[in-house]
Design a protein around this ligand. Sequence first.
Ligand code: PHE
Length: 360
Amino acid sequence: MGSDLERLKQDWLDRIAGAGDLAALEAERVAALGKQGAVTALLKTLGGMSPEERQSEGPRIHGLREAVTEALTARKAALEGAALEQRLAAERLDMTLPVAPAAEGSIHPVSQVMDELAEIFADLGFSVATGPEIEDDWHNFTALNIPESHPARAMHDTFYFPQNGPDGRAMLLRTHTSPVQIRTMQSQEPPLYIIAPGRTYRSDSDATHTPMFHQVEGLVIDRGIMLGHLKWTLETFLKAFFERDDIVLRMRPSYFPFTEPSAEVDVGYHLEKGRRVLGGTDHFMELLGSGMVHPRVIAACGLDPDEWQGFAFGCGIDRLAMLKYGMDDLRAFFDGDLRWLRHYGFRALDVPTLSGGVGA
Ligand code: PHE
């Protein structure tokens, strides 16, 4: 009996060791330890034995069951381990690859400058507002105190659509970002501190004008706003944008129908190897238009001009990009020439921050 059990045990251990996969191993487990299993049947014979027999055979049969159970557990672990090894070898995730191997695209300087503007003005408490590029006549002109007969309409070289808008007049491509002033005053409660960067359109084309160009509008509506707030805001913005403390502004009286008084803002520059570099007071050039929001514009938006005042400014974004990053022909901005984009473009992860320098 003893050597029989030994052989039986070796037999099971061999079978278990020979199970090639988890399904085969499970079949061996059922054959040995299942309800109808061979080892289970042996355990059942204990019941029919005399007490003496049971005392000698019991431990041996239980020992057999234990040895088989242990072998099953060990083989299972080995098979599972092998299966895992195989998966690990087959499923590859190469963590050493760079996130963007030799990035193909780049951020256009106009997008970069818009991000820089948003960052600088966010720090001053301004949020970003938007409006449609296809505008109606009322938002683009009338609400901005430019009535039908006003010569400013002709100055804007407007692209008109054949279709009329809700005001019964031809829809148009907005000629400036100023209609966003109107939309913001109509849709939000003052105090308002916003900038509105975006595309604008005028029928005009040469080295410094393209039919589509970019502007950023600034608008503040609050109580007790004065010209000094406008000048401080522009100075703070331009110093941060050009990353120099020697930016000098000069305000020149000017005229816009939607501001009163109006001021053209000139900025000082000097020449370095024939290139214009902002800073200092050697020369001045015109940079942007601005002024105190005309009471009629405030009233057209349903606000009381005796309670609310504000300033506004409008600045060409493409111009800002050219001055900061040194391009000299505006038309190249929109040619889509890959060589130009690779040279002047920015890497996608170079997000401008005030702490890291908005210059990228
Ligand atoms: N909208 C004006 C332009 O396009 C600029 C401007 C904006 C002037 C806001 C004053 C105030 O020329």
